[in-house]
Ligand binder design. Structure first.
Ligand SMILES: Nc1ncnc2c1ncn2[C@@H]1O[C@H](COP(=O)(O)OP(=O)(O)OP(=O)(O)O)[C@@H](O)[C@H]1O
Ligand SMILES: [Mg+2]
Length: 595
């Protein structure tokens, strides 16, 4: 507020440094001398100091005061307004930038600016204050209209899968938007930074880039400086509303059931869990498959590999587990599958009951490799969400090999040298990074039990991905083409399969029976030809004799119809009924709880 003459009352609260400086420049010297100034500086909320004794220290003026000063200067307000003002001042006060810009810049001092002759009621020592203030006001008004400054780079190269951009400094994994020309189906293309060389960024698009022009502008998704490293990360929907839904790699519904009902979103990466904080695997997870429950017992939080060539029953086995498991939530990632197979899996193998407590993320073979990788990460993110809510989650990923292949496509495209069987080293780093996100959470929390299918090309168990997966997983179930061809389903090769957590999960008797079962099966397989041609004479080998006698029951035990399920207790009881008191030479040490 400013009082009328002879004294102006000027408030000093809420000023920017620049405004304070201006006020100081304008009012400061005069503030000490009542003879020279009519201004009295007052701190907001403080008592007025008519003489402005400490005005030099407090020398600042509020916007109110300055505006009123302009009004006085230009005669635009109040009955005591100025009759006339110099044209520049008037223009400036009206916000005419052309007028207001020039004067302050070219004004050398009070005497050198006759054009700013002060109005009668205004401090003659501050003729240009109004001009300055008007200028500031117009700058502020223009600032308010201006869009935030967004740094952008330019696209310099698009070759194969990879785009190159210059002019940006972004971290690997950052998201960018690339402009597409008008008329393109999408206004912008999305891409991710997958590498760099010097000042060139390598970008991998995640959406359609048809129509991309050389020199297109590239913006970081988050251009503001960010304190939280996860703040700019891509987040996808998670939540209980996703149960029963089928989503794509970006969390968009594929099932035509309308918008998603989600309560939260989560980033695609997660902080590494301290291995010492993880709950050990000590509880059995019922997977509904007899051969696995009884002979390859799986624990909650265990990570298993399902190793098989194509067409030997991986998808059917995963579907059986999804329908019959005791896990509370199932998260299924279909990565790099044929598009037709996705529908078949959901409708015929998983079925309505299985889908009701599942979330399916599908990224078939025809989507970009980046999206295939993103789908695997999203599947894991969803499982982590449910685990962090204390639930026991079953994660089924078909397949880990396709995930590795997607990373191979990207890595080779950006020039990473191939190592083993064309797989660049980054592939072998990505696999454990993905797999380690699953498993048990901190003590007392939920768990993610995971099954990853691993394709063994030409049923070659020494495939580098199979090798690497075997090393990072807590067990492997091998499906045999020979068994599948003989109509033996699920075609689990019991001898070649192992559950590394089993000894900590089951009691000694169960473990001994498992060993005895494997011994008999193995002995029978090795002598099958002799037995078939009648060359084996009974009585020579007691184990083989028992195996021959029990073989039809062993086979029946191992086989399970597509729609049949066998819970954990039934499976163990049936094994007991089959083997009775027969025991192998194993010594178990566990006594796991049944669930
Ligand atoms: N438990 C089962 N009972 C009867 N038939 C089965 C069973 N499991 C698999 N099959 C047969 O095997 C075929 C192939 O199974 P599935 O699609 O699960 O194989 P896959 O390993 O997933 O193949 P791909 O590598 O092509 O994905 C099925 O179409 C079905 O005919
Ligand atoms: Mg399959």
């Amino acid at each position: 507020m400013v009082s009328a003459n002879p004294h102006q009352t000027i408030h000093t609260g809420g000023l920017t440094p620049l405004e304070q400086e201006l006020a100081l420049a304008s009012f400061g010297p005069g503030a000490h001398d009542p003879a020279q100034t009519r201004g009295v500086l007052v701190d907001d909320g403080a008592q007025a100091s008519p003489r402005g004794a400490d005005a030099a220290a407090q020398a600042a003026a509020t916007l109110d005061a300055v505006e009123t000063a302009i009004a006085n200067a230009t005669g635009t307000t109040g009955a005591t307004g100025v009759a006339s003002a110099q044209s520049d001042s008037v223009d400036a006060a009206r916000g005419d930038p052309s007028a207001s810009q020039s004067n302050p810049l070219h004004h050398g001092g009070d005497q050198a600016a006759p054009a700013y002759a002060p109005p009668p009621r205004y401090d003659p020592r501050n003729p240009h204050l109004g001009v300055w203030n008007a200028h500031l006001a117009s700058v502020r008004a223009r600032n308010a209209l201006a869009l935030p400054l967004r740094g952008c780079g330019r696209l310099t190269r698009a070759a194969g899968l990879v785009l190159e951009a210059v002019g940006l400094r972004l971290a690997v994994g950052a998201e960018v938007m690339i402009e597409l020309p008008p008329g393109s189906p999408l206004p912008m293309a999305e891409a991710e930074v997958v590498g760099f060389a010097g000042d060139k960024l390598f970008l991998m698009p995640t959406t359609e880039v048809a129509g991309l022009l050389p020199g297109s502008r590239v913006w970081p998704l988050e251009s503001a400086p960010i304190a939280d490293p996860m703040a700019g990360a891509k987040r996808l929907p998670v939540g209980w509303g996703l149960l029963g839904r089928v989503l794509d790699a970006s969390g968009r519904p594929l099932d035509g059931l309308g918008a998603l009902d989600t309560e939260a979103d989560a980033p695609l990466t997660a902080p590494v869990i301290n291995p010492l904080n993880r709950e050990p695997i000590h509880e059995v997870l019922d997977v509904g498959v007899r051969a696995i429950n009884a002979l390859l017992t799986v624990g909650r939080g265990q990570r298993m590999g399902l190793f098989a060539g194509s067409g030997v029953g991986k998808s059917v086995l995963l579907g059986t587990m999804a329908r019959a498991t005791s896990a509370e939530v199932i998260v299924i990632g279909l990565i790099g599958e044929r598009g037709r197979e996705v529908k078949e899996f959901i409708e015929q193998i998983l079925g309505e009951d299985g889908l009701a407590r599942s979330v399916v993320v599908a990224a078939p073979a025809d989507v970009s490799p980046l999206l295939r990788m993103q789908a695997a990460a999203y599947t894991t993110t969803l499982a982590e969400y449910f685990r962090d809510q204390g639930k026991h989650v079953l994660l089924l990923m078909d397949s880990l090999t396709r995930y590795a292949m997607a990373q191979r496509e990207i890595a080779l495209a950006i020039g990473e040298p191939p190592a083993t069987k064309g797989y660049p080293p980054s592939v072998f780093a990505k696999l454990p990074a993905l797999v380690e996100r699953t498993g048990n959470g901190p003590q007392g929390g939920g768990s993610i039990t995971a099954f990853y299918t691993v394709l063994t090309e030409g049923d070659d168990q020494q495939d580098p991905i199979a090798d690497s997966a075997r090393a990072i997983l807590d067990g492997h179930i091998v499906l045999s083409r020979t068994l599948a061809e003989a109509g033996h389903y699920p075609a689990i090769d019991i001898e070649a399969s192992i559950s590394r957590a089993m000894t900590a999960l089951v009691d000694d008797q169960h473990l001994n029976r498992t060993r005895a079962f494997k011994q008999m099966l193995s002995r029978y397989q090795r002598n099958r030809d002799l037995i078939n041609v009648g060359a084996y004479v009974s009585g020579r080998d007691a184990v083989l004799d028992r195996a021959i006698a029990l073989y039809p029951r062993i086979e029946a035990f191992l086989q399970q119809g597509f729609r049949e399920t066998a819970n954990y207790d039934q499976s163990v009881d049936m094994l007991g009924a089959l083997l009775g008191n027969i025991s192998g030479n194993a010594q178990g040490n566990g006594s796991g709880a049944r669930t």
